[in-house]
Design a protein around this ligand. Structure first.
Ligand SMILES: *[C@@H]1O[C@H](CO)[C@@H](O)[C@H](O)[C@H]1NC(C)=O
Ligand SMILES: *[C@@H]1O[C@H](CO)[C@@H](O)[C@H](O)[C@H]1NC(C)=O
Ligand SMILES: *[C@@H]1O[C@H](CO)[C@@H](O)[C@H](O)[C@H]1NC(C)=O
Ligand SMILES: *[C@@H]1O[C@H](CO)[C@@H](O)[C@H](O)[C@H]1NC(C)=O
Length: 529
């Protein structure tokens, strides 16, 4: 278990026009065949979703995996490669897979969130995701985008620079290390069952029993020592550490997993003893440290990685994030959330609801059928302005704790420069946007001040991210240009239970006029609802 090695990747050779069109992965602007630097590959992965039995915390559980691996296989590719991931569902439930941080220009069909860009892959069915790597470089990851499936269905994506180019930060040769993936483990329960119970009762999801490193708990947990992750390093070498947080709930009460970094050339006796433990670790709730680190991040501008922050915004949105309640109503309704109601979450007091048995992208593409699937009226501002950071206000910031469900989306003109400022109440939320990386131009604590804060934006070298942690009682401002020829993109809190509660919305970006500003046609094997 736990090995990312042995991934069944079949190399289909350098791209030729015939292969290119036959697979329908059209129009990426194919690289010239002549020079190695411009060449790119079509990579093919065959993935089987299936259950396997694993034992953690002295107890056997059946978990959903890709190819029986936990964590799942690593996708290794180069910038501009096209990766086909053929997913066949041998599991017992619906599933979709998302590549987190991959922009997918012109091809939202392969993005992954269920009922947003696709109907799920049902048991027995298959779907070939066509993953177009465009500007991405570095470490990303993939995960299931259905319910809580990503608890065990996740893995790393490693994207190397094109041949003959380097990462902007590399000074000298760096050694590769196995990616470190952090996760969560429930001893007795199937994570999806926990989510279903929470949705049914209106309660919060039960906290996990432990955190994991590459699927293992480490030497401090019962029955876990033999599986402890060991990473071998050699003295004097420099290592590139890739770290991925695949945790679902980020509940701070779950104990911290351990792994061991050991010198390959240390005497065997030294390796047998207990590993040295850091004398001090930051407190898990050290908010100042958590805020100080991202505040220092900057883009490294270079020819291969230009910084292109929109100087002005055509669309400005102020989005408040909140955890709320929905009244417990209906025949035989019995809810056990706060006040006997049902927990929910919202953006600008809209608690997002997936449409039933149809996907938004398909409905938008087919035009006429969009009516009744969603409303294009997601509000640009919260319904009322008040002191968002006042923790005295009941239920995370709203004077009235209640919110309302709705499938309300925001429609953007092609090429619009969007500024989105998120503010929230009493909890931190990692907001993730599909389809675009964005620049984090500003962040701060307290209420966002329209008159004061924009003057402090960094429009020169802000970090480019796909997820921004919006600090408890604080705000973050992001800018992106909706110029990728794209259509339907999901924006949501990356705590998975908040997705189900509705802390999400969808951007629909209209096509531009030029052919390369229009999205591709749906692939023939698109799953049906
Ligand atoms: C997992 O264990 C259960 C109970 O021991 C068994 O019935 C099942 O066949 C096992 N599943 C697999 C995939 O080995
Ligand atoms: C908002 O509430 C916080 C917490 O109670 C308080 O510290 C702050 O002064 C308030 N801000 C305003 C503008 O009233
Ligand atoms: C949010 O919507 C709910 C349901 O319509 C309403 O009761 C509540 O007052 C709204 N909250 C705010 C802050 O407007
Ligand atoms: C699986 O997906 C299909 C197609 O959308 C849907 O009809 C069915 O209800 C889903 N099953 C479950 C258990 O959600």
């Amino acid at each position: 278990m736990g090995s990312a090695a042995g991934t069944p990747a079949v190399l289909l050779r350098f791209l030729q026009l015939g292969v290119f069109l036959a697979l329908g992965v059209a129009a990426l602007g194919p690289a010239a065949q002549g020079s190695r630097k411009d060449a790119w590959l079509l990579l093919y992965f065959a993935w089987q979703i299936r259950k396997v039995n694993v034992t953690r915390l002295c107890r056997q559980r059946s978990i959903l995996t890709v190819n029986g691996q936990f964590p799942g296989p690593t996708i290794r590719a180069r910038r501009r490669d096209v990766v086909v991931v053929n997913v066949r569902n041998h599991g017992d439930k619906n599933i979709t897979i998302h590549r987190h941080g991959v922009d997918q220009p012109r091809n939202p069909w392969s993005d992954g969130p269920e009922y947003v860009t696709q109907c799920p892959i049902q048991p027995g069915a298959a779907f070939a995701y066509r993953v177009i790597l465009s500007q991405e470089e570095g470490t990303l990851w993939w995960h299931a985008h259905t319910g809580f499936d990503r608890a065990t269905v996740h893995g790393a994506i490693v994207i190397l620079p094109k041949h003959g180019t380097a990462f902007p930060f590399v000074q000298s040769a760096m050694e590769e290390m196995t990616p470190i993936i952090l996760g969560e483990w429930w001893r007795n329960d199937d994570a999806n069952q926990l989510l279903e119970d929470a949705v049914r009762t209106g309660r919060d999801v039960k906290p996990s029993d432990a955190t994991t490193i590459n699927g293992e708990l480490g030497d401090l947990f019962p029955c876990s020592k033999p599986g402890t992750v060991r990473v071998r390093v050699e003295r004097g070498k420099t290592y590139l550490l890739r770290a991925i947080n695949a945790g679902l709930t980020n509940d701070m009460s779950s104990p911290t997993a351990t792994g061991v970094v050991e010198y390959a050339d240390a005497p065997p006796a030294a390796r047998r003893g207990p590993p040295a433990f850091p004398a001090t670790l930051p407190a898990v709730d050290d908010a100042d440290a958590a805020e100080a680190y991202p505040a220092r991040l900057r883009s490294l501008a270079s020819e291969a990685h230009p910084v292109d922050v929109p100087a002005r915004a055509d669309e400005r949105m102020l989005v408040t994030m909140a955890v709320n309640l929905i009244p417990c109503v209906g025949p035989n309704a019995a809810c056990s959330g706060p006040r006997g109601d049902r927990l929910a979450a919202s953006l600008n007091n809209v608690s997002f609801q997936n449409p039933a048995a149809v996907d938004i992208l398909g409905a938008y593409y087919r035009g006429g059928s969009a009516r009744g699937v969603y409303d294009a009226d997601f509000p640009d501002v919260p319904p009322s302005l008040f002191n968002f950071t006042d923790s005295g206000i009941p239920v995370a910031g709203f004077v009235s704790p209640f919110t309302e469900r709705g499938t309300r989306v925001k429609v953007l003109e092609h090429g619009a420069a969007v500024e989105d400022t998120a503010v929230l109440g009493t909890e931190s939320h990692p907001m993730h946007l599909h389809g675009f990386s964005f620049y984090v131009v500003g962040r701060g604590l307290g209420n966002f001040d329209e008159g004061r804060d924009p003057a402090g934006y960094n429009l020169v070298d802000p970090p480019r991210q796909n997820t921004v942690a919006v600090h408890k009682g604080g705000w973050a401002a992001i800018r992106f240009r909706a110029k990728n020829p794209v259509r339907v993109w999901f924006m949501h809190c990356h705590f998975d239970r908040h997705v189900g509660w509705g802390m999400d919305t969808v951007f629909i970006v209209k096509d531009g006029k030029a052919p390369e500003a229009k999205m591709m046609r749906p692939p023939p094997d698109m799953p049906k609802c």
